[in-house]
Each structure stands twice: as C-alpha cells, then as structure tokens.
Design a binder for this molecule. Structure first.
Ligand code: F6R
Length: 238
C-alpha cells in the first residue's frame, strides 16, 4: 500500500487526475472503475478541465461504476446515473459507460448481469474508491461476511445519515443499493482510494494502524498488491 499525503483536497484531485492521465496515456482502452459521492466531485472537475484542454482522452476507455441506489429511477436527481452524467459522462468522451441498473425489476438478476458485463469487458484496470465513515468501500458495509460479486445490500444507519445530505427534505432516500462486491474490487489491477476531510480521520486512523480489522471493509485493501491512498492532512490527523 502506498500513501500520498496532500496539503489540500485540491491537491488530492490533481494527484488523482495525474493517475488517469498516465493510465489513459499508457493504455487508452483502459477499463476504469468509478465511484460517486462528495469526494469525487473535485476529481471529476479536474478530469473535465484536462479533457477540455486536450490533455486527456477517454474515447477508447470504458467505465464501470461501483454502485447505484436501489430502487431508483435513472432520472432521479440523486441517482448515481444522474450524478455521473452531470459530473463526468456528459462532459467527456467515454466509449461506453456502465452502472448497475437501479430500475431493474429483478435486482438479483441485475447483479449477475452486471458481473457478466464486467467480466466480458476484461475486468478493471484502475479502480477508484472513496471510503464511508464506517469504512465501507462501494456499498460493502461492515459485516461478518463479504460478497464477492455484485450484490443487493441494505444500507446501514451511518451511511443513510451520511448520505442524507444529498436528499432534500421529504425526499425519499433509498435504503438499499446494488454494489460491486469485494471480489470485483479486488480483481482490479490497481486501486486508488481517496480520503479527504476531518470526518474521515477516525476511519483512516484504523486503516493506517496496519491491522486487518474485519469490521472495516477498507482494511481488506491492505491485502491488495497495488493500492494507492491519496489523503489530505485533515483526514490524516485522526
Ligand atoms: C460511492 C461509494 C461510496 C463513497 C463513500 C464516500 O460510489 O461507493 O463508498 O465513496 O460513501 O462518500 P463521500 O465521498 O460522499 O464521503
């Protein structure tokens, strides 16, 4: 595990964007695993800026998102489908983009379909992750048993509270999600984990302790051979 300590959130975004510039420079037809949430907003802004300046090109690249609420209409402003179109997909030139389908009638069948799509694409070259305050990666919440493939999960109270900031008053917040499993994340060649802000200090502290806390899903990343954590000083103080 490699750790890059940044002075600010803006620096995290620039350093992470450099990984994408290099990745797509080396392998233009890369398969990118993408995440949503507050942490990724600045990175996607930076990628859009570089694309507009002609410094990065996604035209041969494909993407697979980690997760999507369930059930949720793609057109819902808080769906991850909307988030990705608004922050990245409508502004750059990916060859193809994929997310788990929050509108699928049969969520279990959708999980298998998503796994098959990912497998036939050849797996992920560079996987982007954020971390929940409870240590979740994707929506793999702390548990005794972790799913390997894409699965339907119930969101924990702490995740619902953390993500309620994105939903308006009275707006129904889904309490389930479709998420890539730990196996799909682990099958990625390289993993980038971005951690920013004081709210992540405590969980980052547990991760850097170096022990395999099985109730902190992100700790499982300690076993992966190519993980880079890009973290700011605020999160690193915990
Ligand atoms: C989002 C995802 C989540 C978030 C995590 C952090 O696709 O998979 O694991 O990365 O909840 O979210 P923020 O960045 O909003 O703190």
């Amino acid at each position: 595990m490699k750790k890059i300590l940044c002075d600010s959130y803006e620096e995290i975004c620039r350093v992470a964007a450099d990984f994408y510039t290099r990745q797509l420079g080396d392998k233009p037809d890369s398969i990118l695993g993408l995440a949503t949430g507050g942490t990724m907003i600045g990175l996607y802004e930076e990628l859009v800026r570089r694309y507009q300046e002609g410094k990065i090109d996604f035209s041969k690249a494909r993407s697979f998102n980690l997760d999507e609420y369930y059930p949720i209409k793609k057109s819902h402003p808080q769906s991850y489908d909307s988030y990705m179109r608004e922050n990245l997909f409508d502004k750059v030139n990916f060859l193809k983009t994929s997310l788990p389908d929050g509108e699928a009638a049969d969520p279990i069948a959708e999980c298998s379909r998503y796994d098959e799509e990912l497998e036939s694409a050849g797996g992920i070259d560079l996987m982007l992750l954020g971390i929940g305050v409870n240590g979740h990666i994707g929506f793999n919440e702390p548990a005794k048993t972790y799913h390997l493939g894409t699965n339907l999960v119930g969101l924990t109270e702490s995740t619902l509270v953390a993500n309620s900031r994105f939903f308006g008053p009275g707006e129904r917040q889904p309490d389930q999600a479709l998420t890539m499993g730990i196996g799909s994340i682990f099958a990625s060649n390289k993993i980038l984990l971005l951690i920013s802000g004081t709210s992540k200090g405590q969980i980052a502290g547990r991760l850097f302790e170096g022990n395999l806390h099985t109730d902190v899903p992100a700790c499982l990343l300690l076993l992966h051979p190519d993980v880079t954590i890009i973290i700011d000083r605020e999160a690193d103080g915990g």
